[in-house]
Design a protein around this ligand. Sequence first.
Ligand code: SAM
Length: 156
Amino acid sequence: MSATLPPVLDACCGGESFYFARGHVLTVDAHPRSATLCDGRVFRCEPDVVADFRDLPFPDGAFAHVVFDPPHLLRGRGWQAEKYGLLPSDWEPYLARGFAECWRVLAPLGTLVFKWSDVQLPLSEVRRAFPAEPLYGNRRPRSSKTHWVVFVKEES
Ligand SMILES: C[S@@+](CC[C@H](N)C(=O)[O-])C[C@H]1O[C@@H](n2cnc3c(N)ncnc32)[C@H](O)[C@@H]1O
């Protein structure tokens, strides 16, 4: 891996649908794919690096910012499963390992943003997999059910 990494890591980029701009980001996903969705649009997941977020091929502290938007569904079919992927039934160690890797590659004082939609698993359960206490986030999203949770890594 090159010594000149961009400052931002997206640890499971999927279709990169939430970007306003796409500079300075290194994208990772374990499952590159493309598919035509039911509305005819083509979905593409084309990461810069194909890797598992539980075993990231980057040195400790390599990124100033990490975004972690893992699959949030345990059950599903069709376009949702295609776009977002599914969690394994033993989701807790799976997410905990992903969090631990995101935390390892995050620089001291760096920020980690975790996106979570609690349609099947509430954030209160997923918290058990967190690598540290988050600093802030939208604690009670109403209609969207989507949390954005921000962590800042301590200096030491
Ligand atoms: C919720 S989607 C990401 C959506 C994305 N942020 C967007 O804006 O479209 C979760 C992604 O995690 C990927 N994924 C699932 N398990 C993974 C793993 N172990 N390592 C890396 N990526 C994984 C899936 O392939 C899927 O693309």
